[in-house]
Design a protein around this ligand. Structure first.
Ligand code: PGA
Ligand code: ZN
Length: 408
């Protein structure tokens, strides 16, 4: 997706000095599940225009910032946000986001809607980056105070088998992930793609063509023998593809939506750990079960990333609780869980200060907007969780990373 119009070189100087917001308009559009979401068009006085659209989760955590219906978000932008933000310099992300927070005035963005606030916040960042003739990731790196020219590419967290709320099969766990080890982005994409394609061949050959239907995040969604079978299959396919040394395995259990006791879950994780050397485990227990997170982190956290998503919801207050209890060593960052770019960056900075690994993530209901690729690269995140290399809304993020590798 294009982030907006780029000015000609001779206009750049004048453009840099006239970066005040002129207008913000929103409209409805469809997400990847065919549900209505919003897109935002933000114009500056210098003629630069930035467009962004907002994703939506399905297995959402209770502590996420609140969305409002698209029509209400659009009205809030037109009646409340646009008049108040007119004239503010788009380069001043902090000022913009604090103005939004003040206009909202609630704990969880329930007045304006986090869909409205995030869309405006990100559109402002895009407009500022275009005006300054910077790639978006570099603008984000500057907002984080990082002036380095190059950062490392995030590892790709590729959801190749879908279960849970993201499809209608019999798997309780939501996401079976492969994580290519390479830090070279083209190499990682190639590895992920090869394994994904070979997995499709394997499923079709062994379970029939119906087994290659896709879930919400582009992974296959077959019915399988039990919740660990996907990893047995993935191990087999990795071996036959000669990729077993190039990838690691991860799981997003999304356990808030699973009807199993912590003891039953722990038994499964022990098996996963010993048989498949699980590298990454997200939301292994329900969103308020800090205690069992802590127990698991203590027992396997030395060698496995224990990651909070619904547990922490990109919210520094929730993160403080997890930190005090030593519940996790890794965190999912989803900008729409908190609702502004400034708060998202604050969560990343806080995670980094505690030495947690940062994994920026898409949502299951995505759009073609590729902002999270820039966010992951610009913030030097450890990982980017972006679904399988299938379906346009996921592919957009892969392609953006590949383009970034040419922008250095
Ligand atoms: P969601 O799923 O976007 O439906 O919340 C993604 C995740 O849980 O990581
Ligand atoms: Zn998750």
């Amino acid at each position: 997706m294009s982030t907006g119009r780029k000015p000609s070189k001779n206009k750049v100087k004048c453009i840099k000095t006239r970066m005040k917001i002129k207008s913000i308009k929103a409209n409805t559009e469809l997400d990847s599940r065919g549900e209505w979401t919003i897109s935002i068009r933000l114009k500056l006085q210098n003629g630069v225009e930035a467009i962004t659209s907002v994703p939506q989760g399905k297995s959402t955590g209770s502590y996420e910032a609140a969305y409002v219906k698209p029509q209400i978000a659009i009205k809030n932008i037109a009646k409340i946000i646009d008049p108040a933000l007119k004239g503010i310099h788009a380069g001043n992300q902090n000022l913009i986001d604090h103005a939004i927070l003040k206009l909202d005035g609630t704990q969880n963005k329930s007045k304006l809607g986090a869909n409205a606030t995030l869309g405006v916040s990100v559109a402002a960042a895009k407009a500022a980056a275009i005006s300054r003739d910077l790639p978006l990731w570099k603008h984000i790196a500057h907002l984080l105070g990082n002036k380095q020219k190059k950062t490392e590419f995030p590892k790709l967290f590729i959801n190749v088998i879908n279960g849970g709320l993201h499809t209608k099969n019999n798997l309780d766990f939501q996401e079976y992930l492969i994580i290519p080890k390479s830090k070279n982005i083209a190499e990682s994409v190639k590895t992920g793609l090869a394994l994904y394609k070979n997995l499709g061949e394997y499923l079709s050959k062994n379970f029939g063509k119906g087994a290659t239907g896709l879930g919400d995040e582009g992974g296959f969604a077959p019915n399988l023998k039990d919740n660990l079978e996907p990893f047995r299959i993935l191990s087999r396919v990795a071996k036959s593809s000669h990729l077993q040394n190039k990838i690691q395995f991860g799981l997003d259990a999304a356990a808030s939506n699973i009807k199993k006791t912590p003891a039953q879950l722990t038994k499964l994780y022990d098996e996963l750990k010993s048989k498949f050397k699980l590298h990454y485990l997200e939301d292994p227990f329900a969103e308020n079960d800090f205690k069992n997170f802590t127990k698991l982190n203590k027992s396997i956290g030395q060698t496995t990333l224990i990651c909070g998503d619904d547990l922490t919801t990109t919210n520094v207050k929730r993160m403080e609780k997890a930190h005090a209890a030593k519940s996790i060593n890794c965190i999912i960052i989803k900008p729409n869980q908190i609702g502004t770019l400034t708060e998202t960056l604050a969560a990343i900075e806080q995670a980094r200060a505690w030495n947690w690994k940062v994994v920026v993530s898409h949502r299951s209901g995505e759009t073609e907007d590729d902002f999270i690729a820039d966010l992951a690269y610009g913030s030097s995140a450890y990982g980017l969780k972006l679904g399988a290399p299938a379906r346009g809304e996921r592919i957009a993020k892969y392609n953006r990373l590949l383009t970034i590798s040419q922008e250095n």
